[in-house]
Write a protein that binds this ligand. Structure first.
Ligand code: ATP
Length: 210
């Protein structure tokens, strides 16, 4: 069922600038549902996905703290091609259900789903969203941004990027693209402002599908 408020799917590769764009959309009055945060909540100790994950992958998937051992899961996904699909088969429906629940608190505000892997699982999100915004930048910029984070290396960043949809696949699902390369954070904020005006039809163009 289409939601009754303008609803946006926001996506982009690791380090593209999604969270920065999401934050600006919130400043402009949007209600944000962060599917990464939902995934973390589902896979914390006692999280709703943990019984199914333990049944599927065994005790080795659970860290000493009772949460999903993400490093173990990442290693398994490299070794076993089916592991990622099995993990997603458990997580994606739970993420979708939790996202809809959180979205219900929109109180009339435009709704933004931040979905890092939207291009990889586009079907359900395409149905939930009126518009899809992709934040795009070069792989080189992604690697620079991610490698600057504590605990990351350029090589680790490249490995994650190689596992995600490529830029072409992401742009193929986009209704709008923000090119977040060689622009300042202030310029990025202006791009988001321009996008918001277009999205909500304030420049006169109808942007919400009938
Ligand atoms: P992830 O997928 O890992 O969650 P992300 O796509 O949400 O990443 P952000 O966290 O928004 O990316 O941005 C990554 C880093 O790059 C942040 O430190 C952010 O401040 C910085 N950044 C993003 N865009 C710009 C820009 N135009 N100019 C300078 N820094 C930027």
């Amino acid at each position: 069922m289409k939601p009754c408020v303008p609803t946006l799917g926001l996506t982009g590769g690791i380090g593209s600038g999604k969270s920065t764009v999401a934050q600006r959309l919130v400043e402009l009055g949007a209600h944000l549902v962060d599917t990464d945060a939902i995934a973390r909540d589902l896979t914390r100790a006692g999280g709703a996905a943990m019984p199914a994950l333990a049944a599927e992958f065994g005790a080795a998937a659970i860290g000493a703290d009772g949460a999903l051992d993400r490093a173990w899961m990442r290693r398994l996904a490299f070794e076993d091609r089916t592991a990622k699909a099995r993990l997603e088969a458990i997580l994606h429906p739970l993420i979708g259900a939790a996202a809809l629940q959180l979205a219900a608190a929109h109180r009339g505000r435009p709704l933004v789903y931040d979905v890092p892997l939207l291009a990889e699982s586009r079907g359900p999100w395409r149905a939930r969203c009126d518009r899809i915004l992709v934040v795009d930048c070069t792989v080189r910029t992604q690697v620079e941004r991610v490698a600057a984070r504590p605990g990351w290396t350029a090589e680790a960043a490249r490995r994650v990027i190689a596992q995600q949809a490529d830029r072409g696949a992401r742009r193929a699902v986009a209704d709008a693209v923000i090119h977040n390369d060689a622009i300042s954070l202030a310029e990025l904020a202006s791009e988001v402002d321009r996008f918001m005006a277009w999205w909500l039809g304030r420049d006169g163009r109808p942007v919400v599908a009938p």
